[in-house]
Ligand binder design. Structure first.
Ligand code: AP5
Ligand code: MG
Ligand code: ZN
Length: 227
């Protein structure tokens, strides 16, 4: 069983994180990517960066993200196509927040190295009240995008980023009304991807309602290299 789950040495590792807002995708994707030595590709972060720099993409994404709505598929597919063709993605990557709709999953299939059977897909499950607690207590560094939580994962000094010393903020979309809308978008447009990847990729359900270390152990055992 354990051997069937592991991957051959030298093979590129490509990972998708599925799960509702607040499930811990960003927290775990950062850790897994660092462990594997591959880039983490967070579409949410890339879009927030585009907004901060006021690029044409950022100007299109800003009003949608502020309302908790998904950004159009064609923009995401262009962004991902460009990012995954960079040299650092040759050994694999960890997608955090992509694909998020069926058209995005279909578009990914058409990219080099994008076939579903080459992916490990983690499906994070966390109860709704816990998602709310996590998102309402989340704090975020607008400079380096490090993520904290007031009680679950506080910075060493209250309100200050451990990594770069900037003042922490609340994300614009972490208000109750916008969180509700993000959850609805997840239910309607992202949840169907679980069925899509069942049988096409290696779909691994993850109980995300546990301590971060316990969650991470499950991720590691699913991507470990065969001895
Ligand atoms: P994105 O930035 O991807 O947001 P999201 O999916 O809503 O997910 P979050 O980042 O809110 O949650 P997370 O699962 O990463 O949780 P985290 O680890 O931070 O997308 C934002 C927006 O961009 C979208 O709404 C959309 O508009 C647009 N967008 C992005 N990608 C797109 C796409 N592909 N297509 C179209 N539009 C797209 O954890 C949450 C909190 O909980 C933190 O405070 C953390 O410290 C804490 N925590 C984490 N793990 C645990 C644990 N195990 N126990 C207790 N607390 C924990
Ligand atoms: Mg995130
Ligand atoms: Zn920072």
């Amino acid at each position: 069983m354990a051997a069937a789950k592991s991957r051959p040495e030298g093979e590129a590792v490509r990972v998708i994180f599925l799960g509702p807002p607040g499930a811990g995708k960003g927290t775990q994707a950062a850790r897994l990517a660092a462990h594997l030595g591959v880039p983490r590709i967070s579409t949410g972060e890339m879009l927030r960066e585009a907004i901060a720099k006021d690029t044409p993409l950022g100007r299109k994404a800003n009003p949608l993200m502020g309302k908790g709505r998904l950004v159009p598929d064609d923009l995401l597919l262009a962004l991902i196509g460009e990012r995954t063709s960079e040299d650092d993605c040759q050994g694999g990557f960890v997608f955090d927040g992509f694909p998020r709709t069926l058209p995005q999953a279909h578009g990914l299939e058409r990219m080099p190295g994008g076939a579903a059977q080459g992916f490990v897909v983690f499906d994070f499950e966390v109860p709704r009240p816990e998602l709310m607690r996590r998102l309402s207590g989340r704090r975020w560094c607008p400079k380096c995008q490090a993520t904290y939580h007031l009680t679950n994962n506080p910075p060493k000094q209250a309100g200050i980023c451990d990594v770069c010393g900037s003042r922490l903020e609340q994300r614009d979309d972490d208000t109750e009304a916008v969180i509700e809308r993000r959850l609805r978008e997840y239910d309607e447009r992202t949840f169907p991807l679980i069925e899509y990847y069942r049988g096409r990729a290696r779909l691994v359900p993850i109980d995300g309602n546990r301590a971060p270390d316990a969650v991470f152990q499950d991720l590691l055992s699913a991507v470990e290299v065969r001895a």
